[in-house]
Design a protein around this ligand. Sequence first.
Ligand SMILES: [Zn+2]
Length: 85
Amino acid sequence: MGKGSKARPISCTAAEFWDNWDKIFEQPEPFLREKPHCISCGLIDESEVVEDVCIDYEPYGDRTVERKEIYVHCERCGSGVEYNY
Ligand SMILES: [Zn+2]
């Protein structure tokens, strides 16, 4: 064995990491399907909700992990959509 650099053991997978992350921040499940509510139009139909998916890269030690963010907006007016739980 030489002095070569040894790969660091990976302590957890990205999925486990975000599992833990969600536990830490207690994020509510964003896609419990309840009635969508546009902040401008009021109640709208499920079919009028447009989802944008963004991939963010979060630093995690000396690596980065993907974090998927989903933004929803109203197809009619483009305003934000909220779900009433
Ligand atoms: Zn709207």
